[in-house]
Design a protein around this ligand. Structure first.
Ligand SMILES: NC(=O)c1ccc[n+]([C@@H]2O[C@H](COP(=O)([O-])OP(=O)(O)OC[C@H]3O[C@@H](n4cnc5c(N)ncnc54)[C@H](OP(=O)(O)O)[C@@H]3O)[C@@H](O)[C@H]2O)c1
Length: 218
């Protein structure tokens, strides 16, 4: 049963036809084409905040900003980083005045942080920040809509928390195959088909060679 939250949560992924978001060796740029990637900037513009896991920052060093949209508004950037491993020089910390929130666990080691006026460090009351707790904290920061941009482990945690409202799956006409390449939703511990989330596909939009599947979780 989906939990009700004051924050509308959308999971976004760029995946192959077999649901993979990177090769087994971690190569993920670029799965989808330019038109789909521009649509991602529209989605970012429509949301108050973007959230990713620390492994995505370490692998891809994403900017998490809105680009290519006239008067586009960049959302708050959030990283879940239990052990406070995020490097000071990564692009999330660019000094553009947009709020940045790093959520650590309560056993994170002490460290220095970039001297950014808009940087907030939130320590969770657990070793690994739990999704519904994170959402209740973000609500206090005035966030009403959240775009979760992966990776696989983060998407799995959000889906298991039953706090996801919408899916935005950008699907490319590619296949990676294999057991070791990550899927966009990770391991959900589903043993019976009756346990799968109830999903309603709302639209399928062609974007260049790719498609965007927009769906809601009932
Ligand atoms: N194609 C796409 O759309 C796309 C999008 C994003 C990423 N990627 C790819 O995905 C890969 C990274 O994905 P990933 O699954 O390894 O890692 P991830 O989801 O980016 O990050 C997972 C890490 O976040 C931390 N974390 C903190 N709180 C968490 C929570 N409640 N639930 C889960 N994790 C939490 C944990 O590390 P700590 O314990 O150290 O905090 C965890 O190992 C990269 O290869 C990247 O290129 C692809």
């Amino acid at each position: 049963m989906k939990k009700s939250s004051a924050i509308t949560v959308t999971l976004k992924a760029a995946a192959t036809l077999d649901g993979k978001i990177a090769t087994a060796s971690g190569h993920s740029k670029w799965i989808t084409g330019e038109v789909a990637r521009q649509k991602v900037h529209e989605l970012r513009h429509e949301n108050d905040a973007i959230l990713v896991g620390i492994n995505t920052v370490l692998a891809d060093d994403p900017e998490l900003t809105v680009r290519g949209i006239e008067e586009g508004r960049s959302p708050v950037r959030i990283v879940l980083d239990s052990k406070a491993r995020i490097p000071e020089q990564c692009r999330v910390f660019q000094n553009d005045g947009i709020p940045v929130i790093i959520v650590t666990g309560n056993e994170a080691p002490l460290r220095s942080w970039p001297e950014l006026a808009n940087l907030t460090i939130i320590k969770a009351p657990a070793k690994i920040p739990e999704v519904s707790w994170v959402l209740s904290e973000l609500q206090k920061h005035g966030i009403k809509s959240l775009l979760v941009e992966g990776g696989s482990l983060i998407h799995a945690s959000f889906l298991k928390s039953n706090c996801v409202n919408k899916l935005a799956l950008f699907i490319a006409p590619k296949i990676i195959g294999g057991q070791r390449a990550m899927t966009w939703c990770g391991d959900l511990n589903i043993n019976n088909l009756n346990e799968t989330p109830q999903i309603e596909i709302c639209s399928i939009t062609p974007l260049g060679d790719d498609v965007l599947i927009s769906a809601k979780i009932k």
